[in-house]
Design a protein around this ligand. Structure first.
Ligand code: F6R
Ligand code: MG
Ligand code: MG
Length: 372
């Protein structure tokens, strides 16, 4: 019997701007999952990261299961009613379609799912990020699965040394899922050439070449592709299996000590460093900095342990301080150059409208007459 791990997350309203969901909203989401999920799912965990609520479910129905997706959809719809009642900011904002049809792909919520044959012990990590997009995971996943400098397991473990297979999605393509498969270590430079552009090329999944097992999955939805306009950052979720054929938990976590710059933060339109935070942390400075939380679990016979809060350890306090400095330093250059995202990634149209209006005022100087 295979176990399915399904994470479905959405922002359906938050307190004080884009900060965090209210207690009643979270309670309502949990009530629906508990009452309607009884005969459907084996176990669940609900948490928030910034203004996003994630529902992690375990079951045996496989990925994209209509009933499991509808359960999460119904929970977010019920939560939206509370958000509206309480006057929360952005109530129902990620439910982009009026009604549920088949599964939540393309309806707004982010989805990451894996169907696995449980190992005798099955540790995995569940990441949730706010104020950023799915490409935020490109660098940490690359380092964890392909770089010996980060992951000694790639040379220490013969199974890991066989490398990994990567499925990368071109998220700028809106007609369907445009994907490419690459293998490392052989094609590591090709992989890097794609991953260096995290707004277009996004890791969808990673697979062990030694065993064929799936190691990781990332939600790849870009909300603006669904809505046809910017409606907020995608705030991606991801899951990574750890140990044995896969990188160790610490090898997966280590790259988050970099605090690399990602798209996100204020008005979804800036480059800001990614801050690893404890579970259920709200957003703050400059509507950011973009944040990522990590709940570590073991799953056994489809039942989850309680979560271990991977970024709550004192080590990460120092990282957070460094990330805060990076965030403030980048803010010192305000709207100029690297501080703000390129035109296509801005969540607002103001700059484009201004440039359009200024267009007619540009003149091309006549070449000066050359004197004999
Ligand atoms: C993501 C998020 C941001 C906002 C962006 C614009 O959770 O909250 O990406 O969508 O800051 O929001 P408004 O225009 O509502 O201030
Ligand atoms: Mg938001
Ligand atoms: Mg969010």
């Amino acid at each position: 019997m295979k176990t399915t791990l399904s994470v479905i997350k959405a922002d359906v309203g938050s307190i004080g701007g884009h900060i965090m969901p209210s207690r009643r909203l979270l309670q309502r989401v949990a009530e629906v999952v508990e009452s309607q999920g009884k005969a459907l799912i084996q176990d669940h965990y609900i948490g928030f990261t910034g203004d996003d609520i994630a529902i992690l479910m375990t079951h045996t129905r496989g990925p994209s299961d209509e009933k499991v997706h509808k359960l999460a959809w119904d929970a977010f719809v019920a939560g939206t009613a509370i958000a509206k009642e309480e006057g929360l900011y952005g109530a129902g904002q990620d439910l982009l379609k009026d009604s549920f049809s088949g599964n939540v792909h393309g309806l707004g919520p982010a989805v990451a799912e894996m169907e696995i044959e449980e190992r005798p012990n099955e540790p995995f990590l569940f990441f949730a990020a706010d104020k950023t997009d799915p490409g935020a995971y490109n660098l940490p996943m690359y380092l964890a699965f392909a770089d010996v400098m980060n992951t000694p397991g790639l040379i220490l473990s013969p199974k890991m040394a066989k490398g990994f297979r990567w499925v990368i999605m071109d998220v700028s393509y809106t007609e369907g899922d445009r994907v490419i498969e690459l293998v490392t270590p052989e094609e590591i430079y090709d992989l890097a050439a794609l991953l260096r552009d995290p707004e277009q090329y996004v890791i969808e999944s990673v697979w062990s070449r030694a065993s064929g097992e799936q190691a990781a999955v990332v939600s790849t939805s870009r909300l603006h592709n669904i809505a046809g306009k910017y409606v907020g950052k995608d705030d991606p979720v991801a899951m990574v299996r750890t140990q044995m054929n896969f990188p160790a938990t610490g090898e997966i976590l280590a790259p988050y000590s970099i605090g690399h710059f990602v798209a996100g933060g204020m008005r979804g339109s800036h480059n800001q460093p990614l801050m690893p935070v404890a579970l259920n942390t709200p957003t703050s400075y400059f509507d950011g900095p973009p944040l990522v939380s990590c709940a570590a679990f073991c799953v056994h016979n489809t039942k989850l342990t309680e979560p271990a809060d991977a970024f709550a350890h004192p080590f990460w306090d120092e990282v957070r301080n460094r990330v805060a400095y990076k965030a403030i330093d980048m803010r010192r250059q305000g709207f100029i150059g690297a501080a703000m995202l390129p035109m296509a990634e801005l969540e607002y149209t103001g700059v484009m409208e201004t440039l359009h209006a200024l267009e007619k005022r540009f003149i091309v100087r006549k070449a000066a007459a050359v004197s004999a």
